[in-house]
Design a protein around this ligand. Sequence first.
Ligand SMILES: Cc1ncc(C[n+]2csc(CCOP(=O)(O)OP(=O)(O)O)c2C)c(N)n1
Ligand code: SF4
Length: 326
Amino acid sequence: MAKLTIPAEELMYPGHAACPGCAPALTMRLLLKALGPRTVVSIPACCWTVIATSYPTTALGVAVLDNPIEATGASVSGLRAAADALGLKDVNVVGFAGDGGTADIGLQALSGMLERRTNAIFVMYDNEGYMNTGVQRSGATPLGAWTTTTPVGGSSGGKPEPKKDIMGIVLAHHPIYAATLNPSFPEDFVRKAEKARSLAGPRFLHALTPCPPGWKYSSEETIRLGRLATDSGIFPLFEVENGIYRITRKGGALKPVDEYLRAQGRFRHLGDDDVRRIQEDVRFRWERLLRLEAESANLVNPGSLRFPGPWIGERAGITGTLEADG
Ligand SMILES: Cc1ncc(C[n+]2csc(CCOP(=O)(O)OP(=O)(O)O)c2C)c(N)n1
Ligand code: SF4
């Protein structure tokens, strides 16, 4: 029998407030299995503040900081500084935010955290909309999707703008490690989260997380939809370590995007031409990703950006250095 690679320990408990079929809930569960109990999670306003913390109860077996939606990046920098000051070197500092709290309202703080090279993990769970407040569009909502602020009818046919490329934005900050996650592929998910845990420096994980009420599908379809998203190339699974790309799931030819789109009420209004255009865009992005992987495979990156301070400190005769492995 194949060895089970998912840790058995549960740090997310029953009694939480997520909807049935909520992939953000599954994402937190898998993430904590990989990171373990020595973890502190900073959560901004989003579905997860409701899921986890109906005062005075909690569904999480780790410390949680509830913070303003725009501030997750700043809060993890502060948590890391506090942990360092207390000598708590084995604590995983984690920001866990929705796409609105990461790619839109929280983007400036995320950029600051990455640029300061904070030794922490930032996780964006991407349900592709502001779900907690009633399914408004976010920058991560895909082209053509219905939301309450991109309605269908009259002159409006869903979101007219494409999805924001958060991995592209993050990678422009040269993180130590960035990866896409999909809870429909738990082994790949846990392996990447464990890898993130093993590294020091700024790390970013982007999880695609289907949401039954926001995407308008039946809750038992969550895992199948997630698999279709990756196997159609809509949400490829890849990782970038010190600038070197590696695609972690290549299942032969990509499936057509139709099945994924047609399974969701938010795309039900799309015509054949719309689907064709989405298909062409997916193919273009997949081929670009293949090239990035092929081109970077022959490069060697010593990862020097991992050590932000010593050059200046050494020149100034300062003996203390920033710990890379603490
Ligand atoms: C500055 C600010 N603007 C708006 C809100 C209201 N608000 C609370 S939760 C939320 C939705 C967050 O969306 P996202 O980060 O995508 O997470 P999700 O709700 O989808 O889980 C919004 C807009 C707020 N709390 N603070
Ligand atoms: S609205 Fe969506 S993201 Fe929020 S708890 Fe329900 S399924 Fe999860």
